[in-house]
Design a binder for this molecule. Structure first.
Ligand SMILES: *Cc1c(COP(=O)(O)O)cnc(C)c1O
Length: 227
């Protein structure tokens, strides 16, 4: 874990240097969905205080076992009937992908939730999220839902070796973010970009990511244990 973290830290720094960015503008969210509580604790001990899960059960299991002062992120598909349990127990929600979810959050949240609108830039059938055009219109249309505070946009790049394709996806998300942020909407400052995973976080940082979501490259998978 320590070695992986040091390597990733080097890679992040290099990507920041290449793109003239400050290291402090990029937050690392360790995605712990494939690892045990003890590995999640080890990540926290290494100084990673943003942890992310993609299932409510996994989130609750980690939260019950960890007393540490973690910032909890949820990156998975949200089932409407679990919204109350979810949104009142996390700090960031990366996967707002439909109006019905916004309405449910409005009903169930005790205070405003920091949300990312999920955008399917690449248009792959298998991915959820709005098209870029839809995302912009959607954000304009949800201002009356004051429990949904749109801090930014989230995307997943296609799983491919084609780095230029990946880069173009991240760049498109940044350009969309810039357009929306320029409107200075009170409910949607939209300054953040959640993009970049184990395989592509360096490209994402070069293209402006402010949150990278790194799982396997940082914490490994369960089968590798708690090294
Ligand atoms: C699992 C997951 C990640 C992390 O993936 P890795 O390839 O293991 O880094 C990031 N974002 C989302 C939405 C995920 O589901």
């Amino acid at each position: 874990m320590k070695q992986r973290k040091e390597q990733i830290e080097k890679d992040i720094l290099a990507a920041c240097e290449r793109s003239n960015r400050n290291r402090s503008d990029v937050k690392v969210v360790a995605i712990t969905k494939q690892v045990s509580v003890s590995t999640a604790k080890a990540a926290f001990q290494e100084g990673i205080c943003h942890l992310g899960e993609n299932r409510l059960e996994g989130l609750q299991q980690k939260q019950t076992a960890m007393e540490e002062n973690v910032q909890w992120h949820f990156v998975g598909n949200v089932q409407s009937r679990k919204v109350r349990e979810l949104v009142n127990n996390i700090d960031y929600l990366h996967s707002v992908d439909r109006l019905s979810l916004v309405k449910e959050i409005q009903k169930r949240a005790e205070q405003p939730v920091k949300c990312f609108i999920q955008v399917n830039v690449s248009g792959e059938q298998s991915k959820s999220g709005f098209t870029p055009d839809e995302a912009e219109a959607f954000i304009d249309a949800i201002q009356q839902y004051d429990k949904v505070h749109v801090i930014g946009l989230m995307t997943m790049a296609p799983f491919t070796e084609d780095t230029e394709l990946i880069r173009s996806v991240f760049r498109s998300l940044r350009e969309l973010r810039d357009r929306i942020a320029a409107k200075k909407l009170p409910h949607a400052p939209c300054t953040e970009l959640s993009m970049g995973m184990s395989n592509d976080f360096e490209i994402a940082i070069e293209e402006g990511a402010t949150f990278v979501r790194i799982g396997t490259a940082l914490v490994g998978t369960e089968s590798e244990g708690d090294e």
